[in-house]
Design a protein around this ligand. Structure first.
Ligand SMILES: Cc1cc2nc3c(=O)[nH]c(=O)nc-3n(C[C@H](O)[C@H](O)[C@H](O)COP(=O)(O)O)c2cc1C
Length: 328
């Protein structure tokens, strides 16, 4: 692949991922580095929300010095504006509205991707956020709810509200995570809008990243599951633009997983939850090769009893796999 020595690496974002990209995961990713910003999983603002206590869930210095945007979700403009102010008071460098969550509990309450059914209301919520914000406001969208019939109206509603930029995950709510993500819609958003558009969806390696930039002309990249599968993905993308020093080694993988375990313990999670977290994480990064998937099955069959023993088995499998291979 050609290096892009004459161009600058676009801004790279670690995607919000409720349940998967939680605080321990984000802290682990901060050790690896390579991305410019991260975003929390959505903080839902229900109708009866007590904003001062809810906003305490957000901790702005969690990844310091990496900026951590606070993502919020809800459908009431006044409450969302109040929450925006509250998290800014707690140091949020940016506040984002979730307009993409497909979960039925969420959309049943009019939030997340169901905001895409009503561009006018979407505009109202974002305008309310922008009117109280002293930091940039952004929006993260899917391409529609049932279909893309309101796609352009929604994009315009977002831009007209005065947000700093938007991120597009180009699937409808109905499509959930079904492949492929429709990158042509990112290109369409870029043609239509003046505000920056961050492209997201199915970037699994540096080649995908370069292809998304080429095919859509987007202004930045957001990566979620690809970073769980390969925490070094941001460095691999950077190496297409810059002299990149960070090289993967098994020892580094071992170190970040040990750190991850200590971050899980910081959250005072139960043994069972910690084991489940390792199950979830290994599901992604063992997908890299069929033999690792087999090893993962074997490990699970033995029903690991402690997070330490599970981690030891994971590390042994990774060491065997990568002792003679570079990960990239
Ligand atoms: C487990 C999981 C949880 C997610 N939670 C959120 C969330 O809280 N807020 C949000 O805007 N998107 C959320 N997403 C969507 C991702 O941010 C991203 O848009 C999507 O996964 C596509 O990008 P990817 O292919 O790089 O993973 C979630 C995705 C997954 C897989």
């Amino acid at each position: 692949m050609n290096k892009n020595n004459n161009s600058i690496c676009p801004r790279l974002f670690l995607a919000p991922m409720e349940g998967l990209g939680d605080r321990p995961f984000r802290r682990m990713m901060a050790l690896v580095g390579g991305f410019d910003e991260a975003t929390t999983e959505f903080l839902r603002v229900p109708k009866n929300a007590h904003i001062p206590s809810l906003s305490k869930k957000y901790q702005s210095d969690e990844l310091s010095p990496i900026p951590l945007c606070c993502q919020i979700m809800g459908d009431n403009p006044d409450l969302i504006a109040e929450m925006t102010k509250a998290v800014i008071d707690r140091g949020a460098p940016r506040v984002e509205l979730n307009c993409g969550c497909p979960s039925n509990t969420v959309v049943g309450r009019g939030a997340g991707s169901s905001l895409l059914k009503d561009p006018e209301h979407l505009n109202k919520i974002l305008t309310a956020m922008v009117s109280v914000a002293t930091v940039p406001v952004s929006a993260k969208l899917r391409s529609g709810y049932e279909d893309t019939s309101l796609f352009e109206e929604n994009l315009c509603a977002v831009q007209e509200a005065g947000v700093a930029f938007m991120t597009l995950h180009p699937r409808t709510k109905r499509e959930a995570y079904k492949p492929p993500a429709h990158w042509d819609l990112i290109a369409r958003a870029k043609q239509l809008l003046q505000i920056p558009v961050i492209g997201n969806g199915d970037i699994l390696n540096a080649q995908d990243a370069m292809r998304m930039l080429r095919e859509t002309n987007c202004d930045g990249l957001m990566i979620g599951r690809g970073a769980v599968a390969n925490p070094w993905i941001f460095h691999e993308i950077r190496s297409q633009f810059e002299q990149e020093q960070e090289i993967f080694s098994f020892e580094k993988f071992e170190n970040i997983l040990l750190a991850y375990l200590s971050y899980l313990y910081d959250e005072a999670l139960t043994t069972k939850t910690c084991i489940n977290k390792f199950k979830q994480l290994s599901h992604y990064f063992f997908q890299r090769t069929p033999s690792l998937m087999e090893r993962r099955k074997e490990i699970l069959r033995q029903r690991p009893e402690t997070p330490e023993s599970f981690l030891k088995d994971i590390l042994k499998a990774l060491k065997d796999e990568y002792s003679s291979l570079a990960l990239a």
